[in-house]
Unconditional design. Structure first.
Length: 169
């Protein structure tokens, strides 16, 4: 990506706290890369379509999709729109590259569910929720879809492929 490139981030304004954190993080990254940042918002399926129209109009070289759970429910639509508009896109969950998206970097949802199940079991066995330690996800994974990269004309560097937890060929 050239320093003059435009990067877009898609957030949902419904979760103000998460959107603010993600905006600040992406703004810092864009500044470090010397890239222009475009922030797109969507909180309904029709707004997702409109966000992609704006993305194309801004000539964004890439898109970062927020980890907001709303977007997980829009997975197929987001992957299809990114493919239709040939926009390299990174997502927060592995379900996106499994569905044909380019790549994801984020926590493993299934690991979170496993942890929730363990806590539920402990509570059902009589432990008080207030006595349980607060935990956050510690497993973060990188998933890359090489088929999608090829369709976008992208060569994924070998060091990045070597660090990936899953490469879809």
């Amino acid at each position: 990506m050239s320093p003059a490139s435009t990067i877009a981030v898609l957030v949902t304004p419904a979760n103000i706290a998460q959107a603010a954190i993600e905006r600040a993080t992406v703004q810092d990254a864009a500044r470090a890369l010397g890239a222009r940042l475009v922030i797109l918002e969507a909180s309904s399926p029709s707004e997702v379509e409109s966000a992609f129209e704006a993305l194309v109009g801004q000539r964004a070289a890439g898109l970062v999709v927020s980890g907001e759970i709303f977007f997980l429910g829009q997975r197929d639509r987001l992957v299809a729109l990114a493919a239709r508009h040939a926009v390299p896109t990174i997502y927060a969950y592995r379900e996106f590259p499994l569905a044909g998206g380019l790549m994801s970097y984020g926590t493993d949802i299934l690991d979170g569910y496993r942890l929730a199940g363990i806590y539920t079991g402990r509570i059902l066995k009589g432990e008080k929720p207030a006595d349980l330690p607060v935990q956050q996800a510690t497993k973060v994974e990188l998933v890359i879809n090489l088929k999608t990269a090829k369709s976008l004309g992208l060569a994924i560097p070998l060091p990045l492929l070597g660090r990936a937890d899953l490469v879809i060929g």
